[in-house]
Design a protein around this ligand. Structure first.
Ligand code: KG4
Ligand code: ZN
Length: 343
């Protein structure tokens, strides 16, 4: 692979949860390689991510994943302009593996080190396949750990309009999936069984947070599903999993879309993007597309592979940080509760 002198090529590493990932990204938008080693099968045995197992697996896999990413890009470490890594938020032990690795590589190869916020990565995943997308735009970040409605004012400049007060959207999918016996990870499984179900069969609550109309709360809908299941058992009514899944999925996506459109109306920004694992959900994507079309808003979303955790999105975010002059020192540490916009 040849790159001109003006090109900026970044090796990015992501290990904040249960994927060990490395990617080589040119100029923030061109993915030269994107290697993901998923631990999902391992954690499925326990019904969710076990942090200690995640850290150990990251250690086992990280070198191999990085080597593969460089090989696939047909580039060497010496050809990289910087080494980027997710340093928060996430599981501290998992983050530490990536941070320690990135520091060691950057130090040995004498390359700049750039720490990246995981959510900034998710948002930046939209740049990869939408070459024309530039801030300002609005973005709904929905993953297993986060539900944020964000105004992207500029590259690296974020204003959080709303966030969840309790469960993240993906977490609610995972918990409901477990309750109806579908297993982990719940999102894709709920989406699949929903196709056989009626989204209007059961009315689950669309929670509002009184003092902040942009905030979300998903613990209520999760409890409503659990209560519904218990009620059925007590009254000996058959439990139709597909109807529960479809009705739950509708309740969650309705609220996400409603808040998104409220922000469109208030801020008058005609570009809306979605990001994070839940952004690969078809009902959410179709609903957002329709709602955006009605308001003449351009709708953006990454392909599913760039929605769930990956390192290409970290490379995309790192490019804009690199251009803005962000450089981290050898004291870079994992910050499990890192806030968006903090350095
Ligand atoms: O972004 P991600 O890979 O990791 C975090 O940063 O959390 O998101 C994982 C989450 C899980 O909760 C998973 O159930 C959910 O995204 N998810 C989905 C779908 N695919 C993944 N939720 C709904 N529908 C999907 N198709
Ligand atoms: Zn994520």
């Amino acid at each position: 692979m040849t790159s001109s002198n003006e090109d900026v090529v970044i090796l990015a590493i992501e290990s904040s949860c249960d994927e060990t990932a490395a990617a080589v990204v040119r100029n923030g938008r061109e993915v030269l390689s994107n290697v993901i080693s998923s631990q999902i099968a391992l954690h499925t045995l326990y019904g969710g991510v076990v942090p200690e197992i995640a850290s150990r697996k990251h250690i086992e896999k990280i070198n191999q994943v990085i080597e593969e990413a460089l090989k696939e890009a047909d580039m060497t470490l010496e050809e990289m302009d910087a080494i980027a890594v997710t340093y928060g938020p996430g599981l501290v032990g998992a983050l530490l593996v990536g941070v320690a690795e990135a520091k060691a590589i950057a130090y040995a190869a004498k390359k700049p080190l750039i720490g990246v916020h995981h959510i900034e990565g998710h948002i930046s995943a939209n740049y990869i396949e939408n070459k024309e997308l530039e801030p300002p735009f609005l973005c709904l970040v929905v993953s297993g750990g986060h539900t944020h409605l964000v105004k992207v004012a500029d590259y690296g400049k974020y204003e959080i309009l709303g966030r969840t007060r309790d469960d993240a959207a993906g977490e609610a999918f995972d918990k409901v999936a477990r309750a109806i016996g579908l297993g982990y990870p719940g999102g894709p499984k709920i989406e699949k069984v929903s196709k056989e179900g009626n989204p209007e069969a059961i009315v689950f609550p669309r929670a509002k947070v009184a003092d902040d109309p942009y905030d979300f709360s998903f613990s209520g809908v999760k409890s409503a599903v659990l209560n519904y299941i218990n009620g059925c058992k007590m009254k000996n009514i058959p439990i139709v999993e597909a109807d529960i899944a479809a009705s739950f999925q509708k309740a969650v996506t309705d609220v996400l879309i409603e808040h998104a459109m409220m922000a469109v109306d208030e801020f008058g920004i005609k570009k809306f993007a979605i990001a994070g694992g839940v952004a690969s959900n078809g009902t959410l994507r179709n609903g957002m597309k329709e709602a955006c079309e009605k308001k003449g808003v351009e709708f953006y979303h990454p392909s599913p592979i760039f929605c769930t955790d990956n390192a290409a999105m970290i490379g995309a975010a790192a490019y804009y940080e690199y251009m803005a002059g962000t450089r981290h020192g050898w004291d870079l540490n994992a910050i499990p509760n890192l806030k968006l916009g903090e350095r």
